[in-house]
Design a protein around this ligand. Structure first.
Ligand SMILES: O=C(O)CCC(=O)C(=O)O
Length: 303
């Protein structure tokens, strides 16, 4: 318990030092006014212990209904504005079940609204110019403090994806997609439930404890850890080679029996997973149901 307290204190001190030394310059969209994450949702010692043990923790009710409403409204009225020319130039990537390989993609102003019935993702929502509720949440002061506490450093690189439906993404560890940090455990995935999720609309699943498996160098040509842990074909490489590389690593991982544990959540819950945790998206059983969510990978400890 004392060790946990000391670690929390150290992380807070580091965070405050960083805040004092110009964090706002690093995070131009840093959200200091009205917090998007509720203070009461912060993990207690038992949740932090669970995170270290299993590689995942759920922060129930972390988002207020107002935050969720603002995000949903932005999706429906701005990103998917009725008049296509009013939509921002955000990429839309159509996804298929299994390992991710970049196949069809287009800008939102070119996308017919019927695509909303497909599984798609909107990458880099945090780079949308101007203010938006997505950015407010991603750069939330409390959230950045939590990330700092869990990884031991401020995030240096951020990735984000918005999904309107379950992803059905095959089992993976985010470092396979070059999302790793230069220091083990220096990245975390934060997943925001903007809708209730159960067995019908493509729940997340994870393999408890899998973040502790020994590291495997998948790409010996890589010069830094982030590249060495990644699949040998880049995420924007030829899809056929991507799939082949993905299958090879999954076959290897699945030689061990794996417990794939589903995560059911309620709107406003936030799930945090550790770097190298095996996880993915379960099949969608009811195609009429959406599963609005966002995942943000915070990568720390990168020069
Ligand atoms: O939301 C999901 O179903 C899975 C997302 C995911 O695994 C990821 O983005 O790394």
């Amino acid at each position: 318990m004392q060790v946990v307290r000391a670690a929390l204190l150290l992380a807070s001190v580091r965070f405050l030092q960083a805040a004092a030394s110009g964090i706002a310059d690093q995070y131009p969209h840093f959200n200091r006014s009205g917090f998007a994450i509720r203070a009461k949702a912060f993990p207690d010692a038992a949740q932090l212990a669970e995170f270290r043990r299993s590689g995942l923790m759920k922060l129930s009710g972390a988002l207020s209904p107002d935050v969720v409403k603002a995000l949903r409204r932005h999706l429906n009225e701005v990103l998917w504005a009725k008049e296509r020319k009013h939509r921002p130039a955000v990429q839309l990537q159509i996804t298929t079940p299994g390992g991710f390989a970049l196949n069809a993609s287009m800008l939102l102003p070119r996308a017919p609204s019927s695509l909303r019935r497909k599984t798609y993702r909107l990458p880099r929502i945090h780079e949308l110019p101007g203010p938006s509720p997505w950015k407010r949440l991603i750069y939330d002061f409390r959230l950045i403090r939590l990330v700092t506490q869990l990884t031991g450093d401020l995030p240096r690189r951020i990735y984000s994806l918005v999904f309107e439906r379950g992803t059905q993404q095959g089992i993976h560890d985010d470092t396979w997609y070059e999302l790793g940090s230069e220091r083990p455990g220096g990245m975390i995935g934060v997943w925001f439930a903007l809708e209730d999720v159960d067995d019908e609309n493509g729940a997340l699943f994870y393999v408890p404890g899998s973040h502790k498996r020994p590291e495997v160098i998948l790409n010996p040509k890589g010069t830094v850890r982030r590249q060495r842990l990644a699949l040998p074909v880049r995420p924007d490489g030829p899809p056929a080679l991507q799939r082949q590389a993905y299958k090879a690593v999954v076959d290897e991982v699945e030689q061990q029996p794996l417990e794939k544990r589903p995560i059911h959540v309620q709107t406003g819950d936030v799930v945090v997973w550790a770097e190298r945790l095996l996880h993915g998206g379960l099949p969608i059983l009811n195609k009429d149901r959406t599963r609005l969510s966002m995942v943000v990978q915070y990568v720390c400890c990168i020069p």
